[in-house]
Ligand binder design. Sequence first.
Ligand code: G6P
Ligand code: MG
Length: 216
Amino acid sequence: MIKGIIFDLDGVLVSTDELHYQAWKKLAMDLGIMGFTKEDNARQKGVSRMDSLEIVLEKGNKRYSDEEKLTFADQKNNFYIELLQRLTDDAVLAGVKETLIMLRKKGLLIGIGSVSKNTPLILEKTGLKSYIDQISCGLDISKSKPDPEVFLVAAKKLGLLPVQCLVIEDSKAGIIAAKAANMRSLGVGPEYEQLGADYKYKNLQCEIDWDSILNS
Ligand code: G6P
Ligand code: MG
């Protein structure tokens, strides 16, 4: 029996992909890397900031020290935070608020499991904070998805066992992490059919058979 739902943030509750893309693209251009595309950006889904940076740097032909890489990641994050200042509840994806309200009415606990260190800012800006019981994010963990840490921390904060949690994700790394945490998973987003999730729905606006999922 499922007692808590752990939502990934980017691409599940909120549309931030374009903002991540713009910030990484600007960094790439500043470094003289011209070939960074939206397809490369799609590979950054669910991937930590430093690992995402590697996806940008592999499009160039220079090697950088760890210190330089930290500076680049900070630069990207500064652009990204500038873009996040303009975020409003318009960025909340279709069906999200209705789903959160409905699940809470059913007595479920709601958690966030995101590797983004900007999770608190994004929840604040989009007005989603009041719908969430517990947040587990990049600030709470040392290992990124596909490691299960972010979901295990979320379950612990919710006071639940992993088997009592369902993870909702839009990335492959996230579904692998959910399985490694011994949690069931529901995949959404453009690649929902290929994620390997237990339940597959294009988005949270779909007619989801919640009763059978929650009682399974
Ligand atoms: C999410 C996004 C990734 C991003 C990661 C770290 O998982 O899907 O694209 O790289 O968070 O985000 P941050 O805001 O901490 O740079
Ligand atoms: Mg995501």
